[in-house]
Structures are given as structure tokens and as C-alpha cells.
Design a binder for this molecule. Sequence first.
Ligand code: ZN
Length: 172
Amino acid sequence: MSAVHHFHGYKPWVGSAEEFNRTGLARRRPPRRGTDVDGSARQAYLDSEMLPIEVGRWLEKRRHAHRSRTWTQAGDALAWLKQTWLAHPERGQPFVDGEGGNYLPLDVKLTYAEQDLRNGVDVAWVYYVGGGLAAYAVVCCPNRFHPAIACPLPPARAEGPDQRAVRALSSR
Ligand SMILES: [Zn+2]
């Protein structure tokens, strides 16, 4: 997929694994048809700051998109992932070949994330931190898996630093 998509970052939720995996599950997926008579379950789902089970559905939780976390360049999304990880580092030891470990080092995670984002694949990071679980994501928009969900917050027309640099180079 070419770089016709842009990116929305969804800020970290930090809480217990029990809530993420069990008690909060109803807020992580849209209610089944016919089960939400008064619409309250859907509203709770839309309001929730927890990662949806289908990551691309972040886009339909429209009020969670924010200008400061909307990017046209994958590099800017990756910088946010890095900054967010550093604010919520993983618990345990990074994996080192031949020595084991609990998680992939940040630079390896970022390499995978870059490949995914450039291919239009959403990136969701969920892992253990000191206070439980941290979960956050960068979602590609339009979304390959949910093409019918409209962009919640189209990027500003103003060009980013990447584009200015490219234009300066090409006009030499
Ligand atoms: Zn969008």
C-alpha cells in the first residue's frame, strides 16, 4: 500500500490486566445487535479509553482522536510511540540473543512498527508496566480493515517538516 494513509495515535490506558482482559471487555467491543436497547452499552464503548479489541475501531470512537496525535508522516507516529514507551517503560528485562529476556528492545519494536505503519497496518502495544498493563496504538486512516469508518479528524493541510525538507532538496 502506498503512503496515501495518515495516522492517529491513541494515548495510553494504564490499568489492571484483570480489567483489560475480563471486567472491561464489554467496553472494548461494540455491543451485539439487539442487545443494547437504550444505547448505553454503545456509549460506554465509545467513551472508553481502553484499546478496542479490533484496533482499527479506534477511528469510530471519534472524540478520542486529537490534533496533536494526528500525523501524515510515519516518522512522526514512530517518534510518538518511542516517547510514549519511554514514559511507560516495560517491566522486566529486554530480550538479548542467547540470554533471554522479557520483551523486545525498543529499537526492535520500532523497526517492526515502522514496517507495519508504512504498509497500512495498525500498531498496538500492550505490555506490563509497574502499575499493571499499558495499552496504546497508532491507527492507519483510512483503515484497511475498517474502510467504512470515516476519518475522525482529517490532518491539517499544512505541510510537515518532512515535506518541506523534500521540496528544498528537489528544488536545488
Ligand atoms: Zn484520519
